[in-house]
Design a protein around this ligand. Structure first.
Ligand code: 4AD
Ligand code: MG
Length: 463
């Protein structure tokens, strides 16, 4: 028979019923006559308080072994709690220590630890309040994302992790090979024998599932991917990871406006979902991590996103008189400092910026009639800047072929992608939401390394 979770026990009416729960000791306090435990099992942020009378019949030896960090099983009666933190508590009758945690070496002591320190003990950090809450919110967000698309008739497509094409054309690829690099280093041959490599050609970890998603959108109309993506970007920032998860919807018969409507509805839907579904964890983030978080997210969930063109964005930045680290002029890519300035200072709300210069965007974006800009759309939010990047796709064969050449990409890698424009092509659009940026935005956490269980960043792949 399965034992109840702490979350269920905390909902009970106190009627002295006997329950058995298991979990990890968060804190323990002894007085002469009583021992108090806070027990947590990850089912919710709250602990259940357990009180043992240190009488003759008490399991005294086990009580002494059950130090902070130990895993235990406790049986007790459910009683009304005099404390105002919780309505019920357990009066312990039996205790079994399942796994000890020696007090002199357990790294998670009661004091507050810095997030930097906790990154070094990533195998234990989910046992803290913050990381438990992040895991639950991450889970709720994934569910909300699937729910949003499933309710609207989108098909979840599993796009490949290993690929031969560089979707973003930015050259930030991790190569996948079975060629022994040590032997290669010793060999005198300057050419790599790719025909002998596993795939018989250079292959990489995907930076985006988009091109494959387009194939399915041009058959099933509405699809999405939700999977890991990889970028060998040497960016040591609080919003870049080498391995991150991306949600990429792709819709046929949908232009840039329909794409913006979808992105906006999507973000607002998942915010509402997590605010409702994770009230306890969200209140914790509001109190401990980012005061004002709840109010700002509620506001975003209820109001339409402002839409401006890249031209207007650049005008605003130029007129600001601010000395940015990267100066702005028409044609330059927006850096996170610019994105944050626009959302935090100028508009004070999320923003969709459209129609970027073609030179700073990927080859597949639809060229506007001005021939200088493309139908791109980035969603920017306060605190983070870009959270979504998307576009209407170039659906004209000849223009796409020309853009591939202009961007210096190898056309032979994109023959199938081009053929989608030759056989039953249709206007279509999509976008990519960086899942960890979303989790950051929702939790108020400052560093992206703290919203993914095991972060991979330059020079760091431990755990
Ligand atoms: O803007 P990006 O590069 O767009 C694409 O990959 C398109 N293929 C998406 C599409 O249209 N289907 O990336 C999309 C999002 C960014 O807005 C950002 O949120 C996130 O992915 N992202 C990263 N998140 C964490 N670490 C990184 N290194 C990221 N690079 C991009
Ligand atoms: Mg982008």
């Amino acid at each position: 028979m399965s034992e109840p979770r702490v979350r269920d026990v905390l909902q009970l009416q106190p009627q002295q019923q006997i329950v058995t729960v298991h979990g990890w000791v968060r804190t323990k306090r002894d007085t002469k006559n009583v021992t108090f435990f806070e027990l947590n099992d990850g089912s919710c942020l709250s602990n259940v308080q357990v009180i043992f009378d240190r009488s003759e019949n008490a399991p005294l030896a086990e009580l002494d072994r059950a130090q902070t960090g130990a895993s235990v099983r406790v049986t007790g009666t459910v009683e009304a709690s005099p404390g105002k933190e919780q309505s019920v508590e357990l009066h312990g009758t039996a205790l079994e220590v399942i796994g000890e945690a020696p007090a002199d070496s357990y790294p998670l002591q009661k004091k507050r630890h810095s997030f930097e320190y906790l990154r070094e003990i990533a195998h234990l950090r989910p046992r803290t309040n913050t990381f438990g809450s992040i895991a639950r919110v991450r889970n709720a967000l994934s569910t909300a994302i699937h729910g949003f698309f499933q309710d609207r008739g989108f098909i979840y497509v599993h796009t490949p992790i290993i690929t031969a094409s560089d979707t973003e054309g930015a050259g930030e690829l991790f190569q996948v090979t079975t060629i022994p690099l040590d032997a290669l280093a010793r060999s005198k041959d300057p050419e790599v024998a790719y025909e002998k490599d596993f795939f018989g050609r250079p292959a990489y970890l995907t930076v985006s599932g988009q091109l494959n998603a387009e194939v399915y959108a041009l058959a099933l109309e509405k699809v999405y991917t939700f999977g890991p993506t990889f970028r060998a970007e040497n960016s040591n920032t609080s919003r870049h990871l080498a391995e991150f998860w991306m949600i990429e919807p792709e819709v046929a018969f949908c232009d840039i406006t329909c794409n913006m409507d979808l992105a906006e509805e999507f973000v607002r839907h998942i915010l509402r979902h997590v605010l409702d579904d994770c009230a306890e964890d969200m209140a914790f983030f509001d109190k401990r991590i980012h005061p004002g978080l709840l109010e700002s997210l509620r506001h975003v969930a209820e109001s339409p996103f402002r839409r401006i063109s890249y031209d207007e964005a650049v005008e605003q930045l130029e007129a600001s008189g601010v000395e940015f680290e990267y100066p702005v002029s028409w044609g330059s890519d927006l850096q996170s400092e610019h994105e944050k300035y626009l959302t935090e200072v100028v508009y004070k709300e999320p923003l969709i910026v459209t129609d970027y210069p073609k030179e700073i965007k990927a080859f597949y974006m639809k060229l506007n009639d001005d021939e200088r800009t493309v139908r791109a759309m980035d969603v920017l939010v306060p605190r983070l800047g870009e959270i979504i990047g998307g576009s209407e796709r170039e659906d004209r064969y000849a223009v796409l072929e020309r853009r591939i050449a202009e961007m210096g990409l190898a056309p032979e890698n994109y023959w199938w992608y081009l053929e989608l424009r030759k056989f039953g092509g249709a206007p279509h659009s999509g976008f990519g939401l960086g899942f960890e940026r979303l989790v950051q935005y929702v939790t108020g956490m400052q560093n992206i390394r703290d919203v993914i269980p095991f972060p991979r960043t330059p020079k760091n792949a431990a755990f």
